[in-house]
Write a protein that binds this ligand. Structure first.
Ligand SMILES: Nc1nc2c(ncn2[C@@H]2O[C@H](COP(=O)(O)OP(=O)(O)OP(=O)(O)O)[C@@H](O)[C@H]2O)c(=O)[nH]1
Ligand SMILES: [Mg+2]
Length: 296
């Protein structure tokens, strides 16, 4: 199955280390040493301390009766089921936020493509007013996907572009409006305040829409991504995460601490630079890809 294949492939690096460590435990039997090396590997893959300790507990408890299936069940049970399809009656405005270079613009385009092929009437809004190239970048994508895009190169204020975008969304009957925002460091107060203002404009001036937002997180940044997510969630509503660049990292475990510590579910995984390189997150596939318990 192509779908399973991509996620499985994207987790290759993480799986290689993780499943090796489990195999060592199988071969060398459950011992203090083999468990310690498993522990180090899982911590290194960013699963988070609590999850790692619990996994070790499962291994010890089931040392005689095929612990890998039990570990799989346990890890799956720690993640929420994904309902990436919304059951909202209202049209949706989806804000894409995150730190510089984490994949907002690329993910916005991938999402536009995804929702368009699901039958949504998609509109894109280029609300990155800081870099002229950012608007061009999104225009190229919009052209390829053949979706409408709202931008205003003269605007200084992202909330002004957002206002124009949502006005257009309203009049054209868009059911899914995807807003690409400027990259901002979570430690810059004024830029975070600006983001807050964008939400306020959307919520107060356009009550006919339901506002959702996703944060893009570079999977390879580990703990730093957690800090980014935490800071964004303290300022604005964050409904979920898009874990990007999963194709290039062995640190695919961040999904667990993200949900456990911050209550942020991963909704999509980015596995490359192309339009088709985005998949709705599925906990079973993800865990199997991590452990190597299913074939691609
Ligand atoms: N390998 C890989 N590359 C990705 C993925 N997502 C994005 N990229 C690349 O990462 C780089 C940055 O992506 P952008 O989408 O421009 O990131 P951004 O968050 O919009 O960046 P700023 O607007 O500058 O903050 C680009 O070269 C993308 O092609 C992914 O899932 N995998
Ligand atoms: Mg961008």
């Amino acid at each position: 199955m192509a779908f399973m294949g991509k996620i499985f492939q994207a987790l290759r690096r993480t799986r290689e280390t993780v499943s090796d460590a489990f195999e060592t435990v199988v071969k060398r039997k459950v011992s203090v040493e083999s468990l310690e090396s498993l522990e180090d590997t899982l911590i290194g893959a960013d699963l988070g301390f609590d999850t790692v300790e619990a996994v070790l507990g499962v291994v010890e408890k089931h040392r005689k009766d095929g612990f890998i299936e039990k570990v799989e069940d346990y890890l799956v049970s720690q993640l929420p089921e994904n309902n990436s399809g919304s059951n909202s009656e209202k049209p949706i405005v989806l804000m894409i936020v995150g730190v510089n270079g984490t994949g907002k613009t690329t993910s916005s385009a991938k999402l536009a493509n995804h929702y368009k092929s699901n039958g949504e009437k998609v509109l894109m809004v280029a609300a990155d007013t800081y870099r002229a190239a950012a608007v061009d970048q999104l225009k190229v994508w919009a052209n390829r996907i053949d979706t409408k895009i709202i931008c205003n190169e003269q605007a200084q204020q992202p909330s002004a572009v957002l206002f124009d975008g949502l006005t257009a969304a309203k009049s054209s009957g868009a059911t899914m409006t995807i807003v690409d925002t400027a990259g901002r460091l979570h430690t810059y107060k004024n830029l975070m305040a600006e983001l807050e203002k964008m939400y306020r404009v959307a919520e107060t001036r356009f009550p006919e829409f339901e506002i959702h937002s996703l944060i893009t997180l570079d999977a390879s940044l580990g703990q730093n991504s957690l800090n980014q997510a935490k800071a964004f969630a303290e300022t604005v509503q964050v409904d979920g995460a898009i874990l990007t660049k999963m194709d290039g990292t062995a640190k695919g475990g961040i999904v667990f601490p993200l949900f456990k510590e911050l209550d942020i579910p991963v909704k999509f995984i980015g596995v490359g630079e192309d339009l088709s390189d985005l998949f709705p997150f599925n906990r079973q596939e993800y865990v199997q890809g991590l452990l190597g318990t299913a074939e691609a």
